[in-house]
Design a protein around this ligand. Structure first.
Ligand SMILES: Cc1cc2nc3c(=O)[nH]c(=O)nc-3n(C[C@H](O)[C@H](O)[C@H](O)COP(=O)(O)OP(=O)(O)OC[C@H]3O[C@@H](n4cnc5c(N)ncnc54)[C@H](O)[C@@H]3O)c2cc1C
Length: 324
């Protein structure tokens, strides 16, 4: 895949320069601008007929503290897992369950990254973003980000308008351990940790993730390709009549979140391979590229999966991955 223009930026000054109207070759590029973080959640199906901007803003600093919290500001171009390691080293609690999620800090609010019972919104304080419409930097607090499940204002209303340049997280001095989700407790037992700590939880999460998710460096993938869909409880009860083992979690609003992976597996996709495009053998939610599949091959496979899940369960899945 190719981009017509490419630039990287290390500061807001760089962005001012890139977007300055006196540079005719880059003016009017707002609508065709794609911000690239680590690239772990984008599927390119075609060349980019515009500007790709690679975020390289670095730096992590503790900017404030109060009795219970540390406020840590990280440059959007910092690697997410390196940021988690920084927090673990300094005993700042809150992001340990989010260890080993690929990508950069700047993308973490985009889809409100989440794993093992924690979402970024739980530790989010504010972010700074460059407004490509107004050519100025804007501060967003938590409310302004409208976080939802794998959602934020930046994926919807403001899609393509803001470049997130830094994120400030509100981390706890006294940890609130969250081990109830998934296999964390079983893994901690296996690890025989003498005392529970945020470092032990992060290690448990790293062990579990490494054992069940394909490493993108070895086999191309973007993590979960689809979101877990939310349906009304009445529809869930009907589905349970036909599929007694269907997996669903009751939400506070009374709806039910279904496990998309379970439905995809029941449609027979797990381990499926067509050419170099496939559905991972251990995790049906993850689509993989065994080598030479094109972005459009992966996209077509995802469409087939969407169709078959809809036919069998009457549930419309939604892609989590950003399609270009
Ligand atoms: C193996 C694997 C496991 C994963 N597990 C999880 C998981 O457990 N939970 C989870 O939530 N996600 C998971 N993901 C998805 C991915 O890690 C996250 O979405 C991550 O936040 C993407 O970061 P990135 O820097 O690679 O973003 P990119 O892929 O570069 O970009 C993603 C989107 O955000 C936009 N964007 C990126 N940076 C900025 C910025 N600074 N300003 C404005 N827009 C920006 C891009 O234009 C694009 O639309 C996983 C992915 C993989 C490959």
């Amino acid at each position: 895949m190719y981009a017509k223009h490419f630039a990287s930026f290390e500061s807001i000054d760089d962005l001012d320069e890139i977007f300055a109207s006196k540079q005719p070759q880059t003016s009017n590029l707002k609508l065709q601008t794609l911000v690239l973080g680590g690239g772990s959640n984008i599927l390119f199906t075609k060349n980019v007929d515009g500007l790709v901007l690679k975020n390289e803003i670095k730096g992590i600093e503790m900017i404030r503290e109060d009795a219970d919290h540390m406020y840590v500001k990280a440059g959007a171009g910092e690697n997410w897992h390196s940021f988690v390691l920084y927090c673990l080293k300094n005993n700042y609690a809150g992001v340990e369950n989010l260890a080993l999620i690929p990508g950069n800090v700047g993308a973490s609010p985009m889809q409100n990254i989440g794993a093992y019972g924690i979402e970024i919104k739980d530790v989010f304080h504010s972010l700074e973003a460059f407004d490509m419409d107004e050519m100025k930097t804007v501060l967003f607090d938590k409310e302004a980000c409208s976080f939802g499940y794998r959602e934020s204002v930046f994926k919807n209303k403001y899609k393509g308008r803001f470049i997130i340049t830094s994120v400030t997280y509100k981390l706890s001095k006294k940890p609130l351990f969250n081990t109830s989700y998934g296999a964390i407790e079983a893994e901690l037992e296996k690890m025989k940790v003498p005392a529970l700590s945020i470092q032990a939880i992060a290690q448990a999460v790293i062990n579990i993730r490494s054992s069940k998710l394909p490493d993108p460096k070895q086999i191309g993938n973007a993590g979960s390709f689809f979101k877990n869909p939310e349906i009304e409880n009445s529809q869930f009860e009907k589905l349970k009549n036909d599929f007694p083992n269907i997996i669903g979690y009751k939400l506070e609003n009374g709806n039910v979140k279904l496990a998309a992976g379970w439905m995809i597996e029941r449609c027979g996709w797990k381990g499926y391979r067509k050419g170099d495009a496939g559905c991972h053998e251990k995790q049906a939610l993850v689509l993989v590229n065994y080598g030479n599949a094109k972005g459009s091959d992966i996209y077509d496979l995802s469409s087939e999966i969407l169709d078959s899940v809809y036919k069998k369960f009457g549930v419309q899945l939604e892609r989590e991955v950003n399609i270009v």
